[in-house]
Design a protein around this ligand. Structure first.
Ligand SMILES: *Cc1c(COP(=O)(O)O)cnc(C)c1O
Length: 406
């Protein structure tokens, strides 16, 4: 028996949805690899990857296989029971990283919420009620719950919702002196994205992360890396902390970890994990068998030398061509980022106009992203074909040519 489907259009969005998004004029209906088709049958190259989520593109056979196999077995049991996919995925994450313990949840915000609560809980248990301050970076993004917008360094997301969570200090990113001045014995955690994603695809400097690690150790504070966007292969390493060689105490992962299925994880050590004893934290869906079976397939494919080396090779393809486009049309002052998380910083003449690049690209049949008003962002599948990269960048160049001529 199939469910009756009434026809819908983009105009319906404004009639039935809360207006907190402004989606593009077309509706994608199908995807294969790095190509997407809309309702009218128009085909687009996907360089957006569902905002750094579709790590293996659309309809990857390993993910479709894992999901459909699990769909016929067991969907959900809650955490009153454990399940095989969750245990298998947790083992894989433990084997592949610094972590010894895993907490599963459903979104980046939830992974960070768990990370921040754990950091505060550890400090409370070990050092008492006065050690709860969190030091985070200006312009950072950690999600949209009240705790995560409060830790995130962008007032536009945290203002206007009543009292914020207190005890949070924001310092300029990549400024070790400012971090040093902010961290004290009252600090329970320093929270950083190894690559600021929403804030403009800005990678950390090595000395900054090393310095943060040292400061945390000196003050009995925990180093929390938000790898929601930078993790699961996107940087060319399984996690960006491996690129830097700086190990956090707590790491949050989401977006790519589910390859398009909503799922997230907080990773930590055994010593810290024990502070989240039975009943201290929880979630109904976290570690759901459907999500974890997809997550297993994702890490199996992504965490291989071929795929990770491919990410770095594809980075070079993007970077060389984007730098050329930037110079030829005078639009980019810098092309930055790691692996397949790439940001093109707009020149002064184009500052504030990233949305115009997004629209122009869409008209030429390529889906891209912005990272704030001043940066054009690319976060494609990690296994995107080189031919798709070339075709998509040809389309993008046509978009830039038209935009700059207009
Ligand atoms: C996307 C993002 C989040 C929030 O993830 P959600 O799944 O939207 O809750 C948190 N941190 C970073 C670095 C992100 O890029």
């Amino acid at each position: 028996m199939s469910v009756e489907q009434v026809p819908v259009q983009r105009a319906d969005f404004d009639q039935v949805m809360v207006p907190n998004y402004a989606p593009a004029a077309f509706i994608p209906v199908r995807g294969q690899g790095s190509r997407v088709w809309d309702q009218s049958g128009r085909e687009l190259v996907d360089f957006s990857g569902g905002i750094a989520v579709n790590v293996l593109g659309h309809a990857h056979p390993a993910l479709v296989g894992a999901l459909t196999e699990q769909a016929n077995k067991l969907w959900h049991v809650s955490n009153v029971f454990t399940n095989e996919p969750a245990l298998r995925l947790a083992k894989k994450l433990v084997d592949a990283t610094f972590a010894e313990r895993v907490f599963f949840c459903n979104s980046g915000a939830e992974a960070n919420e768990a990370a921040f609560k754990l950091a505060r809980r550890v400090a409370h248990d070990l050092y008492g009620t006065e050690k709860y301050e969190i030091v985070a970076a200006l312009n950072s993004f950690h999600g949209r719950t009240l705790f995560t917008v409060s830790v995130g360094g962008q007032p536009k997301y945290s203002d206007g919702f009543g009292p914020k969570i207190t005890g949070i200090t924001h310092v300029p990113y990549n400024d070790l002196a400012a971090l040093k001045a902010a961290v004290s014995d009252k600090t329970c955690a320093v929270v950083l994205e190894p690559i600021q994603g929403e804030g403009g695809v800005l990678p950390a400097e090595l000395e900054y992360l090393q310095g943060a690690r040292t400061l945390c150790d000196e003050h009995n504070a925990l180093l929390v890396f938000d790898e929601v966007q930078s993790g699961m292969g996107r940087s060319g390493h399984l996690f960006a902390y491996m690129h830097y060689g700086v190990t956090p105490d707590i790491l949050s992962s989401a977006k790519s970890i589910g390859g398009g299925f909503p799922m997230a994880a907080m990773l930590t050590t055994e010593k810290l994990a024990k502070h989240l004893a039975v009943g201290v934290h929880g979630t109904t869906y976290g570690g759901n068998p459907l999500a974890c079976s997809v997550g297993e397939a994702v890490i199996d494919v992504v965490n291989t030398p071929e795929v990770l080396a491919g990410v770095n090779a594809k980075h070079d393809l993007f970077k060389a061509r984007l730098e050329k486009i930037g110079q030829q049309y005078g639009v980019f002052s810098e092309v930055r980022g790691l692996g397949l998380l790439i940001g093109c910083v707009l020149t002064d003449a184009w500052k504030g106009k990233a949305k115009e690049f997004f629209n122009a690209a869409e008209h030429e049949g390529v889906m891209i992203l912005q990272a704030g008003p001043d940066v054009v962002r690319f976060a494609p599948s990690l296994v995107i074909d080189d031919a798709d990269i070339t075709e998509g960048l040809d389309r993008f160049e046509r978009a830039v040519a038209k935009l700059t001529k207009a």
